[in-house]
Write a protein that binds this ligand. Structure first.
Ligand code: ADP
Ligand code: MG
Length: 701
């Protein structure tokens, strides 16, 4: 087998063959021996510890018990069908329960045999049980590989199990693979970095991650592999950033002109906050360097990002360029258009709106004006990206609510001019620093960390269903004061019938409590046409209706300063960042605003933490941090598109310290050796050349 390497297709590994290879590819995306080796265990069982049944309790995360399996039987019908077995040792007995794969398991489990069962003990009605335990015949235990004490557990699937690729089977493959290619596993990190951070070698780490002899060895392997993973992500990101600033020439905005000044001195209806001023200055400096700018503005809801973007666009116009601004929804684009047109007045710049519902004739006019250069600012939705939209000379692009767009969309706007326009992307979803470093590691980041003066903090309360009458009473009082109210329902999937039913039932209820002609209610949801939605929004914006019943359509960006109450129904079903976004719809005027989180009495622990966090704080960054801890990075909005979070071993929620070390290490490295020309960095240079084919490395300066 000496000719196998990590890039050898998996079917050539002894014990795999075409069928297993096929299922490994389909189920786990394992194509090569190297892929297999990077399929790490997700957990380890400390095989030195066994528990007696009488010592089990519900607080244990997992326990290993040796016992005898008896009375295996299928109970229940159809969906309630499950497999139940008794499990006994010399101290007592408990139930083992499986809800999935009942028939298959019934055939494969041996009644009367001794097993090691592993799982989380639970107590229900005084009866101890383990649901979906991992089962291993007791005898098999003695044949375990290498006599380890920490036994790795690999996650498997039903399909894999049919090919004997349960955790044990995968472990056997790992052993074969390691035996075959161990000698060829090459160090990936420069030796001086390994020494600096006291890491174990790659070879050692790969062996220990699959076959640890003890906890120390395992921890050293995990530390090494996490560092490596985060290090290479940062290396790529910071390298890209370096490329962007050195490779791409940018338009130089070297003057602050009449339009910018006229707007600032005469039109701006409020003084800018210090944070707004600082970010505008950062943009001014960036756009005057001759390199293309890629900047992210992070600012909580209501922090006033729009006006910052507007002033940046005026800067572009003063320097002879056009600008555009893209928003994720039609409502939002319209609102930006209305707001910006009003702020600017007729004379400062010519602004138009382009969305999916712009008529053919208007569209033609817009296209023409853009190409002639008579249109200064174009605001719109995805419609802006279309190839037909050509600018005479676009110099500045704003993308609002960046997390709703993918990288590809950004790139398309980038290509709208020979020299790419400066890019300003804005997000109201504050994300923890570690996440920002990774998701947006190739952008410069500005933070608007200050709300305009005079905003009163929103008062947030959590009500259970039985406090609904109080909520209604409160709504009446607020409406009597001339305020307006949002009532938002979760419509996690716009297609889900149940959710729509909730909304309709809620609406009926509201219509009874707030009848015509004294009260008027608007309704907006995803099943309506853009026209209908717009009509209803407009009624609310103009104050013709007092209550806006909506689904999360209104989540991003909508601005109705007179609305002072946000009621969120089934609040426990929303994620934290969504709750935060929704709450940000109120508190935009001078009045005291309120947010009422309605929930059922039954709350999961996580649901309760979310609602408590909302009541406790309105600091978006703090909320984002809690969100990251609760859900992990994969579920934080926007992370899906970024791709970089597709990690094999590191976890941004728990590995912040390693990430910071890795990033700093890369920053130092690029400072010392921007081109990675030094011998000691040759491995890294090789890595990047493989990753970024087509970029001619030597031209970078
Ligand atoms: P977001 O950052 O959520 O996009 P917006 O740009 O929509 O916030 O601004 C929210 C509201 O605050 C708008 O009505 C805007 O006119 C107002 N605003 C922005 N900056 C200031 C300021 N410096 N002082 C007072 N009001 C401001
Ligand atoms: Mg906004």
């Amino acid at each position: 087998m000496a000719n196998l390497t990590t890039i050898t297709p998996i079917e050539y590994l002894k014990g795999v063959g075409p069928q297993k290879a096929d299922v490994l590819k389909k189920e786990l995306q394992i194509f090569t021996i190297g892929d297999l080796l990077q399929y790490y265990p997700f957990r380890y069982i400390d095989r030195t510890k066994f528990h007696k049944i009488k010592d089990l309790h519900a607080d244990m995360v997992g326990a290993q018990v040796i016992g005898r399996l008896t009375h295996i039987q299928e109970v229940g019908e159809r969906r309630g069908k499950r497999l139940v077995a008794q499990f006994k040792d010399d101290t007592g007995s408990m139930e083992l329960v499986w809800f999935q794969g009942a028939s298959w398991l019934k055939k494969s489990l041996k009644e009367g045999a001794a097993y090691i069962a592993y799982g989380k003990p639970t107590v229900f009605n005084g009866q101890l049980s383990i649901t979906h335990p991992e089962m291993e015949l007791f005898q098999a235990q003695e044949k375990k590989i290498g006599n380890q004490t920490m036994q790795p557990v690999y996650s498997s699937t039903e399909k894999l199990k049919k090919f004997s690729l349960e955790s044990k089977g995968i472990q056997r493959l790992q052993q074969t693979a390691l035996e075959a290619v161990y000698q060829q596993l090459q160090e990936t990190l420069p030796l001086y970095i390994i020494a600096q951070h006291k890491l174990v070698s790659y070879q050692k780490a790969m062996l220990s991650i699959h076959f640890p002899q003890d906890v120390h060895e395992l921890n050293a392997a995990i530390q090494r592999l996490k560092f490596e993973e985060l290090f290479f992500i940062q290396l790529r990101l910071l390298h890209n950033k370096q490329l962007n600033t050195s490779k791409y020439k940018g338009h130089r905005f070297d003057k602050v002109g009449n339009k910018f000044n006229l707007f600032f001195n005469e039109r701006l209806p409020f003084p800018l906050t210090n944070a707004q001023k600082r970010v505008i200055k950062e943009i001014r400096l960036d756009t005057n360097t001759g390199a293309q700018m890629n900047r992210l503005v992070q600012g909580d809801v209501g922090s006033g990002k729009t006006v910052v973007a507007l002033m940046a666009m005026l800067l572009a116009i003063d320097n002879g360029y056009q600008a555009c601004m893209m928003a994720p929804t039609e409502i939002l684009a319209q609102q930006h258009f209305a707001g910006i047109s009003e702020l600017l007045g007729e004379d400062i710049a010519r602004v138009k709106l382009l969305t999916g519902s712009t008529g053919a004739k208007e569209r033609r006019i817009i296209h023409q004006e853009l190409e002639e250069g008579t249109l200064d600012i174009l605001i719109g939705t995805h419609a802006l990206i279309e190839d037909k939209v050509k600018f005479k000379n676009i110099g500045f692009v704003v993308i609002d609510e960046q997390h709703r767009f993918g990288v590809e969309q950004r790139a398309k706007l980038w290509r709208k001019n020979v020299i790419p326009p400066h890019m300003l992307v804005m997000t109201a979803t504050p994300i923890p620093r570690t996440l920002a470093m990774t998701m947006y590691g190739d952008l410069d980041i500005s933070v608007i960390d200050e709300l305009p003066a005079g905003r009163k903090p929103i008062k947030t309360v959590h009500f259970f269903e039985n406090q609904r009458l109080r909520a209604f009473g409160f709504m009446r009082d607020e409406i009597a004061k001339g305020r307006q109210i949002y009532v938002v329902y979760p419509l996690i999937k716009e297609s889900e019938k149940m959710d729509l039913l909730y909304l309709e039932a809620g609406l009926e209820n509201l219509q009874r409590e707030f009848p015509l002609p004294n009260y008027r209610i608007s309704i907006v949801h995803g099943k309506m046409s853009v026209k209908e939605k717009d009509f209803e929004m407009q009624r609310f914006i103009k104050g013709e209706t007092q209550i806006m019943v909506a689904t999360t359509v209104i989540e991003v960006g909508v601005n109705v300063p007179n609305a002072s109450v946000m009621i969120i129904e089934n609040a426990e079903r929303f994620g934290l960042s969504q709750l935060h976004q929704l709450r940000g719809r109120v508190g935009r005027g001078a009045e005291q605003s309120y947010c009422i989180l309605m929930s059922s009495n039954k709350l999961s622990k996580e649901g309760r933490t979310r609602l408590e966090t909302m009541v406790r704080t309105s600091d978006g960054f703090e909320i984002a941090e809690v969100d990251l801890q609760l859900r992990g990075p994969g579920d934080i909005s926007g992370t899906q598109q970024s791709g970089v979070l597709d990690m094999k071993i590191a976890n941004l929620a728990s590995d912040q310290a390693i990430l910071t070390t890795a990033r700093n290490s890369v920053i130092t490295l690029f400072k010392e050796d921007p081109q990675l020309a030094l011998d000691k960095n040759s491995l890294l240079r090789q890595f990047l050349m493989q990753r970024t084919p087509g970029i001619s490395w030597d031209k970078i300066s």
